[in-house]
Design a protein around this ligand. Structure first.
Ligand code: AMP
Ligand code: MG
Length: 422
């Protein structure tokens, strides 16, 4: 049995080796379609920002009498106006002259300061300054935020909504992004039935295929659902072969344990390689991963999930999702968000494996008004308990050698990517 950390390392290596065999292609897509995709190139600024000296306020752009100190209470004569989209086009200002200006408008090169309108008294063309304004005030200088040729986003970066104002303001209509990954997935188990089917004695409704799709649909992947496969080496081999031809990643559910009908591991082994078998994590000890040779279409990565619904979910989100993101961005492994929280009650358990207990994370405000994260473990942690999983918003990570944690201790929690904290 290997540790979870060792499994992460081995998985990372496996993915790196696989990526090295992949072409460096990228996909060119419209900005509006780019959310959630990963850049395949650095983006260089096309425009300085601001493109000219711009007024930050409504007021008067002046050429001060004395360019060594603040603009003091003197009278300026008004020469024109500059507003957003319609710059001042008159003669350059001379000392003691000013123009009316509005937020976002170009400040003429001959002006040195913008005085806000609240600090001015105006009578026709005579503009009286009521207070001192420091030299250069209220002007956003050309290139102040983004200089020419500045790198504004880097290779492998995820495109998020908060980047859109930047990208759109650069006039970017299309971007080069990493290609989508094709993920084929199937479930094994002759007891598995689809919703709507009549359940015989010992049958259960299949739930891992929907669960895998639900987790992965948030990412740029093309999902290929191959359904439930008969628990025979022949059927599983045929499915693995098809999956390895059609997809970059093949995910299986179930059949990786040591039972008489657990054929997935041996099938993968005969078609490629399985790098690891047991991982010291709970839930999810029967975990194996490796690759399948798909002949001319190259190798596909293989990620095996345990059959139990909770194990399957936890292994996918905690072990595989961080490297799936690596395969997508091709730069770095992205672990789930880890936060420190205070445990609300004593916790006892049997040690030996790194455990991911399903928990509920809440934000509380203490007497001093400080916000505090608290977490409570959700009752029984058996690996088929889907009710606890449904109520959880995180997992509490308990190191392999820890058997007792006292209430009030700090623990690390791994937050589900879609969690909205109250
Ligand atoms: P296995 O890993 O195939 O030995 O399955 C372990 C347990 O998980 C058994 O109780 C299975 O019935 C259950 N199980 C396996 N696959 C699924 C699935 N796709 N959906 C729901 N339960 C499953
Ligand atoms: Mg099975």
């Amino acid at each position: 049995m290997i540790s979870f950390a060792q499994a992460q390392d081995n998985l990372h290596q496996l993915c790196q080796t696989w990526l090295a065999t992949q072409s460096d292609e990228s996909e060119r897509i419209a900005l509006g379609e780019s959310l959630g995709r990963y850049l395949s190139q650095d983006l260089t600024a096309a425009l300085e920002l601001p493109r000219s000296d711009i007024s930050a306020m409504d007021g008067y752009a002046v050429y001060s009498h004395d360019r060594n100190g603040p603009v003091t209470s003197q009278v300026f004569s008004l020469k024109g106006e500059s507003r957003a989209g319609e710059p001042y086009t008159g003669d350059p200002l001379a000392p003691g002259e000013c123009i009316r200006i509005f937020t976002g408008a170009v400040v003429p090169a001959s002006s040195d300061t913008v005085v806000i309108q609240e600090n001015v008294e105006r009578e026709n063309e005579a503009v009286q300054m009521l207070q001192d304004t420091s030299l250069g005030a209220n002007i956003r200088l050309r290139g102040e935020e983004i200089g020419s040729d500045a790198i504004i986003a880097t290779t492998g970066q995820l495109i998020t909504p908060n980047m859109i104002p930047l990208l759109a303001s650069q006039g970017i209509a299309h971007l080069n992004v990493r290609p989508k990954l094709r993920v084929a997935f199937f479930a094994t188990g002759d007891e598995l039935k689809a919703a709507g089917d009549v359940l015989g004695e010992g049958d259960i409704y299949e739930s891992n295929l929907a669960s895998i799709a639900a987790v992965l649909r948030h990412y740029p992947v093309e999902l290929i659902n191959l359904g439930v496969v008969e628990d025979t080496p022949g059927a599983i081999t045929a499915c693995l072969h098809k999956a390895s031809v059609d997809a970059d990643i093949v995910i299986s559910s179930g059949g990786v344990s040591v039972g008489d009908y657990d054929y997935v591991r041996q099938c993968v082994d005969s078609m490629g390689a399985v790098s690891d078998y047991k991982v010291a994590m709970k839930p999810g000890k029967p975990v194996c991963f490796g690759y399948i040779d798909g002949g001319e279409s190259g190798r596909a990565l293989f990620f095996g999930l345990p059959g139990n619904a909770v194990s399957s979910f936890v292994v996918l989100t905690e072990l595989y999702l961080p490297v799936i993101k690596f395969l997508l961005n091709r730069e770095r492994v992205i672990p789930t968000t880890q936060l420190e929280a205070e445990l609300d009650a004593d916790l006892n358990r049997r040690g030996g494996r790194l455990e991911f207990q399903r928990g509920v994370l809440t934000r509380n405000v203490d007497g001093a008004g400080d916000s505090l994260l608290r977490v409570s473990a959700l009752g029984s942690q058996d690996s088929h308990r889907v009710l606890g999983l449904a109520r959880a918003n995180c997992t509490i990570k308990i190191a392999a050698d820890v058997e007792h944690i006292s209430a009030g201790s700090k623990v690390m929690v791994s937050v589900f990517p879609w969690t909205e904290l109250q």
